[in-house]
Design a protein around this ligand. Structure first.
Ligand SMILES: [Zn+2]
Length: 273
């Protein structure tokens, strides 16, 4: 168990994230702000040894309790996968829960030192696990991942991997950045590997943490330089150029993929006018 000194202020409202295995305790039914129901999870005080402070949300302290594989039963609440929060369209709520989940996962997977095998301890002044024997220190893992919307005249390149095919959806291309690689190199490499085309004129747009399990999506727009679409057949099964006003089923706007597509449509319509 991870022991540390957390001072819990009983009088001030706080937000509790209770994780059990891969799931989070959430209210049975909407409506009602999900945050309010999390406020009432003061019962988790009993697990003081396991409480970890994970930042703030609108002036309220966020606490995480990881129950491991222990089942949690709480009236009016159920255990659900983090992804279900995405259905409520409350990206802000999803973001704070996602942060808590990533910390929980980090603590779970760093109980022992990867260098000498000793038990690691959480340090108080920053989010890190430290080995007192060999002084190896670990921070929460963040995996940068590029995501890119490619434009050619009034068309956008959208692709389908297996997961998108199952959801009957086409999305932008994405892939993990490799060791020693710049973000720009990753974009050029991934695009060429997955669909066989070269791109130019890369523009950074925005980023989005994506906690499945610990990606940081770095979003770009790009233009086609040259080449014909030729899918790799592994990560990408299908890819096409879609006219901006005849798009297939695409990711929702709260996702960075949705935002990049939206931005590309905006640029196409602006050049048309
Ligand atoms: Zn060590």
């Amino acid at each position: 168990m991870i022991k540390q000194n957390v001072k819990i202020h009983g009088d001030t409202p706080s937000i509790w994230f209770i994780f059990s295995a891969e799931k989070l305790l959430v209210p049975h039914a909407q409506p009602g702000p999900i945050i309010d129901t999390w406020n009432n999870l003061g019962f988790a005080h009993a697990y003081l040894d396991q409480v970890v402070q994970v930042g703030e949300h609108k002036g309220q302290t966020c606490y995480l309790v990881d129950m491991g594989n222990e089942q949690v039963v709480q009236e009016g609440m159920q255990l659900a996968h983090l992804r279900t929060l995405l259905q409520h369209d409350e990206l802000e709520v999803f973001a704070v829960a996602a942060r808590a989940w990533q910390v929980a996962l980090f603590l779970r997977t760093h109980r022992f030192c990867g260098q000498c095998g000793s038990t690691m301890q959480k340090i108080d002044w920053e989010m890190a696990m430290h080995c007192h024997r060999c002084h190896h220190r670990c921070y929460p893992r963040i995996s940068p991942c590029i995501i890119v919307a490619i434009r050619h005249e009034d068309k956008i390149l959208l692709a389908q991997g297996k997961p998108q095919k199952e959801r009957n959806m086409f999305s932008t291309l994405a892939g993990f950045v490799e060791s020693g690689e710049t973000l720009e190199q990753a974009v050029h490499r991934e695009v060429f590997e997955e669909v066989g085309v070269a791109v130019k004129n890369l523009r950074y747009i925005s980023s989005q943490p994506w906690p499945f399990p610990h990606s940081l999506m770095v979003g770009f727009l790009a233009d086609l330089d040259c080449g014909e679409i030729k899918v790799d057949g592994h990560e990408i099964i299908e890819a096409h150029w879609f006219k901006y006003d005849e798009l297939p089923n695409i990711p929702p706007k709260f996702s960075i993929a949705g935002q990049l597509i939206e931005q590309t449509i905006k640029e196409i319509t602006q050049t048309k006018n």
